[in-house]
Write a protein that binds this ligand. Structure first.
Ligand code: SF4
Length: 484
């Protein structure tokens, strides 16, 4: 995906994509992919696509919207084959058109389809280099650049073409590729975005962004694709084709905090338990005198339950979420805009009135929603509001595949915790420490990317991308033109 230049800014950071692939002769592979993508819907709601391989040809369908909007029974029943790959995409850009939906198709010396989760940091340099070699690109998106490099490579076979692409690409890429009737899966050398393998009875293999997609199709978790590993998936086995040397694993810690589903497993950890543990450690690091613990649903709930367990303060539901608000939600007009946050979250006055409240959220990005929620609690009669956040202050932008605000849009970028508290107005505000966050995973810091908290980017960011961010922050069109 390319860097976004629009902005109606999101309240939370978002994953941009989910990928899925299956090889299972005798199964309805399009239907399995549909359900796999359905389980990954939280990773992308803008478009969905599935490509199916038969002995003789491929069938591809992509459309805008949720998986359930892009596909129907009739379409799926026409997509027969022995293998399939699929993709869900999230974007807030103006380029919300079906041409940008994936899997991306590229035809050159070979015909491939590619589904990508992540973001390259050297796409401009790659584009220039390969244009000079005579490869033409129709866009600047990094997914298309990688697809064209593989499709047009002069190297002898498709494996070598994919390895060439892995060796020149820098950044985050978890990908599934369909080429010459075969399915490949690969992960960048830092393993920034997740990718796992599952076994389907004894009759096939599945690859997916998260384990929750294995569960829904009845596949058993086998293992993660290792950082830097390229595998070929056949009906009978997963074969390692190549390993690019991995400097170190740097899986995105935000997958543990918020992005991935709580029922997924990552690095052998149950994400629900890790989030609960974040809440427990937060309660030890930042206790509060209070009557009740509530969460910002749904993503803050496991940590709030952990906070309650550790502190002995009872957990209760205090905000009820309208589960039917999606990206197609019709915005209220000016006259009813005052309803604001209440369209999404309605306070349960019975829990809140006259009480000292601890409210737990998983992260604060811009802070606008947090301040509305705190006001909502005060309007509902809360005596005190103590905000606890189960991750550290988000200070830096992400360059590895997240729908990220520019650094100046991050409330913690240039403010102390006390300055943030003065803006969003709880009685007290405390965050989980970086050490506490890592402790909750049961792993060591060298397993993770923590750059949005500590500015230590595991893959260095070219000056060009920094310039683009600065241009976005300053709304400086000249700098932006130079940077892009
Ligand atoms: S910068 Fe933050 S959001 Fe981006 S990959 Fe690193 S930990 Fe994840």
């Amino acid at each position: 995906m390319c860097l976004h230049i629009d902005k109606e800014l999101p309240e939370k950071w978002h994953e941009e994509c989910g990928v899925f692939g299956v090889v299972a002769p005798g199964f309805e592979v399009a239907r399995l992919t549909y359900f796999g993508l359905f389980a990954l819907q939280h990773r992308g709601q803008e478009s969905a696509g599935i490509v199916v391989q038969t002995d003789k040809h491929v069938t591809c369908h992509k459309d805008m919207g949720l998986v359930t909007q892009a596909f129907n029974e009739k379409l799926l029943s026409m997509m027969h084959g022995y293998a399939a790959i699929g993709h869900v995409r999230y974007s807030t850009t103006g380029s919300s058109i079906v041409r940008n939906a994936q899997p991306i198709e590229a035809k050159g010396k070979r015909h491939i389809f590619l589904a990508h989760n992540g973001n390259l940091v050297n796409s401009t340099a790659l584009r220039n280099k390969y244009e000079n070699k005579g490869i033409s690109f129709s866009s600047t998106t990094d997914s298309e650049i990688m697809a064209e490099i593989i499709a047009d490579s002069d190297t002898g076979n498709v494996e070598k073409a994919i390895i060439e692409c892995m060796e020149v690409a820098r950044g985050a890429f978890s990908m599934v590729i369909m080429a010459e009737g075969r399915i490949f899966a690969l992960r960048d050398p830092h393993g920034i975005r997740p990718l796992c393998l599952g076994k389907l009875n004894n009759s096939g293999w599945v690859v997916a962004s998260e384990t929750c997609a294995l569960d829904i199709v009845g596949a058993d978790f086998f293992r993660d694709v290792a950082p830097g590993e390229l595998v070929e998936i056949t009906a009978t086995e997963v074969k390692t084709i190549h390993c690019v040397e991995s400097p170190r694993c740097a899986t995105c810690i935000f997958e543990f905090i918020y992005f991935a589903r709580p029922d997924s497993y990552l690095l052998d950890r149950c994400l629900y338990r890790v989030r609960e543990s974040m809440g427990q450690i937060l309660a030890r690091e930042a206790p509060a005198d209070a009557d009740v613990v509530i969460s910002v649903p749904d993503s803050g709930t496991p940590a709030a339950i952990g906070y309650a367990k550790e502190s002995g303060i009872p957990f209760q539901e205090g905000l009820i979420k309208n589960r039917y608000i999606g990206r197609t939600f019709i915005q209220p007009d000016q006259r009813i805009r005052a309803m604001g946050i209440k369209m999404k979250l309605n306070p349960l006055r019975d829990t809140i009135e006259g009480k000292r409240i601890v409210i737990v959220d998983d992260s604060i990005v811009r802070g606008t929603t947090s301040s509305k929620i705190i006001q909502l609690l005060r309007d509902s009669g809360a005596k005190e509001v103590h905000m606890r956040v189960s991750s550290p202050p988000v200070k830096n932008s992400c360059f590895y595949g997240i729908d990220t605000a520019t650094a100046s849009d991050l409330i913690a970028n240039s403010r102390t915790v006390e300055q943030i508290r003065e803006i969003i107005k709880p009685d007290t505000l405390k965050y989980l420490s970086i050490d506490g966050l890592v402790e909750a995973t049961g792993l060591t810091p060298d397993n993770f990317c923590l750059a949005c908290f500590n500015n230590d980017y595991p893959i260095s960011i070219p000056r060009q991308l920094d310039l683009t961010k600065m241009a976005l922050e300053n709304h400086d069109e000249v700098a932006l033109a130079k940077a892009t």
